[in-house]
Design a protein around this ligand. Structure first.
Ligand SMILES: Cc1cc2nc3c(=O)[nH]c(=O)nc-3n(C[C@H](O)[C@H](O)[C@H](O)COP(=O)(O)O)c2cc1C
Length: 292
């Protein structure tokens, strides 16, 4: 932590104290405060200084409630006074190019998609930090990926505008404690990539997820066995169950990938996601065919 090294300042303190907030007070955000947070956020770095993103600011209760439902019934989305939907936006730049009679292919370029995705997230994170700095809390909602078409219709998103992530923002009802993270000794590599030893790796994850093991129940075992079977086959499934029984609990990784983010389910639908993105006017996963 910053204060251990002797270097400290309000920015480092703020970043080290950050934690996602999922319990919001029923208190509106003053309009000028939100404006300032947004202003600070959009000063974020952006490739070529193009700012190919839009932020849909959602405050209507009914819309927030619908978004909560669409995003896996995550109730806090409706409890927060504001939802900020960050979208890649190649539409605005396209219109600008059209006004000026400039050649334009950004929405057809994977390179541009790659940059625009980063630009969008970097702006979102600046806004997250700016919100923290004025005493607000926030949490990202990645589940918007499950309802891209519904969001497009509900929010009138034109071709070229693609939702990336939602940030629910509001006054925290209760200050959350920072979550444990893998340390920089694991995350940062000196000069070249270095594989840490199995022992150090296991220790690092054990330390981070200490207390996240889950009790064995028949239902959980059945689910993990099924997930393992579908992904790696019969033998792996039996070995995984034997390991759980020998340990006397379901490990954090087994719980994450076997129960929560089921490894058999999450890679499904890749082709559909690409189709949805393409239908939204971003044909950047196809080979580009010049007209001339
Ligand atoms: C891209 C992204 C998507 C996320 N989606 C969700 C989500 O759908 N629901 C949720 O409760 N938290 C979501 N989170 C928050 C993470 O769960 C959270 O950042 C993580 O558990 C670490 O906790 P911390 O933010 O308090 O450090 C998301 C975070 C990111 C960066």
């Amino acid at each position: 932590m910053s204060h251990e090294s002797g270097y400290t300042n309000p920015t480092l303190e703020l970043l080290n104290a950050r934690a996602s907030c999922r319990r919001f007070a029923p208190r509106p955000i003053p309009e000028d405060m939100l404006r300032q947070v947004l202003e600070a956020g959009i000063h974020a770095p952006t490739a070529g200084n193009l700012q190919p993103y839009s932020i849909i600011k959602i405050e209507k209760e009914e819309t927030l409630r619908r978004m909560a439902e669409l995003c896996g019934n995550q109730k806090f989305i409706a409890d927060a006074p504001v939802g900020l939907l960050f979208c890649i936006d190649w539409r605005r730049t396209q219109r600008w190019a059209e006004f000026e009679m400039a050649p334009y292919t950004a929405a057809s370029s994977f390179r541009c998609f790659w940059f625009a995705f980063q630009d969008t997230i970097i702006a979102a994170q600046n806004i997250c930090t700016a919100a923290d700095s004025v005493g607000l809390g926030s949490v990202y909602v990645g589940m918007v990926i499950e309802c891209l078409a519904e969001l497009r219709d509900m929010l009138n998103l034109p071709a070229g505008v693609l939702p990336v992530v939602l940030l629910s923002v509001g006054y925290p009802a209760k200050k959350s404690s920072p979550a444990r993270k893998l340390g920089i000794d694991v995350i940062v590599h000196e000069e070249t990539y270095r594989e840490i030893s199995d022992e150090d790796l296991a220790d690092a994850f054990d330390e981070k997820y200490r207390g996240r093991e889950r009790e064995i129940t028949q239902e959980r075992l059945d689910k993990i066995r099924q997930v393992c079977f579908e992904v790696h086959g019969e033998e792996f499934a039996e070995e995984c169950i034997d390991r759980i029984r020998a340990n006397g609990h379901i490990g954090a990784a087994q719980s994450y990938f076997g129960l929560l983010y089921e490894a058999n389910r999450i890679p499904r639908g890749n082709a559909n996601f690409l189709k949805t993105i393409e239908a939204q006017g971003l044909d950047c996963f196809e080979e580009y065919k010049p007209r001339g």
